[in-house]
Write a protein of this length. Structure first.
Length: 240
């Protein structure tokens, strides 16, 4: 699929770019990759016998439906999603994730998604992945895209340095994505007024950040988001 190569095509406004910092924000699941990485990680570890397959699938499917419906309790979900790695410990979990990257994620990363990220980077834009999936699952995926800046759900750690099942700070989910991006900007001496922001996402859960961005791009949108994007005149990108 051809990807736009000009700043105008990517939604950047030439006049503003002269005075504002260009910032490209990307959701991850179903935006840069055509899968849900957290869901697939759960399926991957279940196949390894880390959970009871039937019970895990029942709960995982229920949480995933809640996410799509916009009713997900993110803290309850993170406790569930991290239970297996908490039981397995760091050594087994990190080794399994390396296999997950090789067997699942690398196969899901498509050239057009890499090219879109690369174009923003080559244009000098600050590029950040902003995801509601936790940092353990997503940090290696961001690295595979060559993106150093990741805003993900941060996980609380115990005295041993491993995860407790709780979220640290504000979860980057729904309105929390706006808060976490604001914190990221403030840490760099920036504000919303100082940046020219393009935001790519597939999800209605990201409506708060869509509405905050200078240029919202509904990317691989479902029917609800596509309808909203059309009504509001937002750009629609069918990357996959």
């Amino acid at each position: 699929m051809p990807i736009p190569t000009t700043h105008a095509a990517m939604g950047a406004q030439g006049a503003d770019r002269g005075t504002k910092t260009p910032l490209a924000l990307f959701d991850l699941d179903y935006t840069l990759i055509p899968i849900d990485s957290d869901y697939e990680w759960g399926e991957f570890t279940t196949a390894r016998g880390w959970t009871d397959a039937a019970e895990f699938k029942r709960q995982n499917d229920a949480f995933y439906q809640q996410y799509k419906d916009g009713t997900l309790d993110i803290r309850a979900y993170v406790r569930f999603a991290t239970a297996a790695v908490r039981r397995q410990g760091a050594t087994n979990s990190i080794a399994a994730h390396a296999d997950f990257m090789r067997e699942v994620i690398q196969k899901a990363i498509q050239p057009q998604a890499l090219e879109l990220v690369r174009q923003h980077q080559q244009a000098g834009d600050a590029v950040v992945i902003v995801t509601a999936t936790n940092e353990f699952v997503t940090r290696p995926i961001a690295e595979a895209f060559g993106v150093a800046e990741l805003i993900a759900v941060e996980l609380e750690r115990d005295d041993t340095g491993w995860f407790t099942g709780s979220i640290r700070g504000v979860p980057s989910f729904r309105e929390g994505k706006v808060t976490r991006v604001e914190q990221w900007l403030q840490a760099r001496g920036l504000s919303w007024d100082a940046v020219q922001t393009t935001f790519y996402s597939d999800s209605m859960n990201d409506l708060p950040l869509f509405e905050k961005a200078t240029t919202p791009v509904a990317t691989n949108p479902d029917d609800r988001l596509r309808t909203l994007a059309q009504a509001r005149g937002w750009r629609i990108l069918d990357l996959f």
